[in-house]
Design a protein. Sequence first.
Length: 276
Amino acid sequence: MTAFSPRLDTIDSLALVGAGKMGGAMLEGWLTLGLKPKAVSIFDPYLSPEIATLSQKGIALNPTPGAAGKFSIVILAVKPQTAADVMPTVAALTGPQTLVLSVMAGKTLDFLQAALPGAAIARAMPNTPAAIGRGITVLVPNAKVTPAQRAVATDLISATGKVEWIDDEKLMDAVTAVSGSGPAYIFLLAEALANAGIAAGLPKELAEKLARETVAGSGELLHRSPLDPATLRKNVTSPAGTTAAALEVLMGPGGFDALLKQAVAAAAKRSKELAG
């Protein structure tokens, strides 16, 4: 399979509204893959020292929205709780040819369209592995997004990992709960596995290293293997062995599967609440 090669060097003007962890991670990936710094303007009143230094590369930091003109792409990467406050800024940056790409959790296309009438808008849900180019992002477009704009959005998001498009926005709450919040579940697994190792008698440093490398290595094996997760699990499990004894607990009533279903349901519910 030929590696995907995003055409980011053809983007002439991109505004990043919100340069926190997610916005900053995406920008880092885009610059690495050819986005021209002089094509970028950042709008964020609380710039980190790392983002502030990007001005040395030619990125404009907090230009006056009216004077900055209209952008071909506006990335909306603020927290959903601040959305209402920043939408006037976004509107000032948006023209008839602008693609607005929102990575805010919970905020629907209806919310965005009410603030930006007539705009081409794609709503996206990325996750934090985007910082190392191993994220996965699901996007849903409104009716104004053209095939060319969809291709540009795919180019941008592919710089941070895999991309999936959907047509049914109702799925986005579940997407948020599974992949958007999912990295935290994996990190909790590593944390809990280390604590269990300590409780079993391992020194803290060794338990933490074993847990970290086991989770990371297993994830990489899952990434590279053509086998599904259930088959990979079964391949580790000898009949009546140590793994089988542990899985009898984890897969029993009220175990891992049941807890994750509850967790994903809670996250999806919160995503709906954030939509207002």
